[in-house]
Design a protein around this ligand. Structure first.
Ligand SMILES: CC(C)(COP(=O)(O)OP(=O)(O)OC[C@H]1O[C@@H](n2cnc3c(N)ncnc32)[C@H](O)[C@@H]1OP(=O)(O)O)[C@@H](O)C(=O)NCCC(=O)NCCS
Length: 167
């Protein structure tokens, strides 16, 4: 698959050469603590597992700014016609609209290139920034529940959001 280009960013698959950068950025507890499936501390082995896993997943990509890895954005298949959106940015890149831009780019690609009808996302209740991103993208809150956080080793209250592809 060719990289997805947005106004400022490129979305493409990370490779072995990006491993150290990946470990540094996602190893930051401020980032990992808001994600459910990211262990903390984040080890070399964790990065190897992740890089191996995404080789088989076309829609799990990393976010690059001037060819430097700054985050991740992905859609994971959850059912025949729906998938789940996940995203993160290195702490230094927060607050600049990059998450919204990257997610929008991936959603637009998925709308024309896949048969998904809708996309789910789960956000910890305390993660106001992330809820703001989803709302800007057009996601609607459809419920709430709990999800286990690997980095915090506890259940976290979360909000369930949904995005339905138009047409
Ligand atoms: C969530 C995350 C991806 C957001 O990235 P980002 O680039 O800062 O997002 P954006 O700049 O696109 O948008 C953030 C929005 O939140 C708003 N915001 C910032 N701080 C906020 C706060 N404390 N409360 C509410 N909104 C806030 C910003 O103003 C912005 O909205 P605006 O453009 O309308 O002003 C980033 O903070 C991150 O990687 N966090 C850790 C991992 C994570 O939470 N991933 C998502 C899991 S569901």
């Amino acid at each position: 698959m060719n990289p997805i280009k947005t106004e400022r960013l490129t979305l493409k698959r990370a490779a072995l050469e990006h491993k150290l950068r990946l470990i540094r950025l996602i190893g930051d507890f401020r980032v990992a603590s808001m994600l459910s499936n990211v262990p903390h501390p984040y080890t070399d082995k964790d990065a190897d597992y992740w890089l191996g896993k995404i080789e088989k997943e076309e829609l799990n990509l990393n976010i690059f700014l001037y060819d430097v890895l700054i985050g991740g954005v992905g859609l994971s298949v959850r059912g025949d016609d729906y998938c789940e959106l996940g995203y993160w940015l290195g702490f230094d890149y927060w607050g600049l609209g990059y998450a919204t831009e990257a997610c929008r780019g991936l959603l637009e690609f998925a709308q024309i290139s896949t048969s998904f009808n809708c996309v789910n996302a789960n956000v910890y209740k305390e993660n106001f920034r992330s809820s703001q991103v989803l709302q800007k993208l057009g996601f609607v809150q459809i419920g709430e529940g709990e999800v286990f956080s690997l980095s915090r080793q506890q259940n976290m209250g979360c909000l369930h959001y949904e995005y339905v592809f138009a047409g």
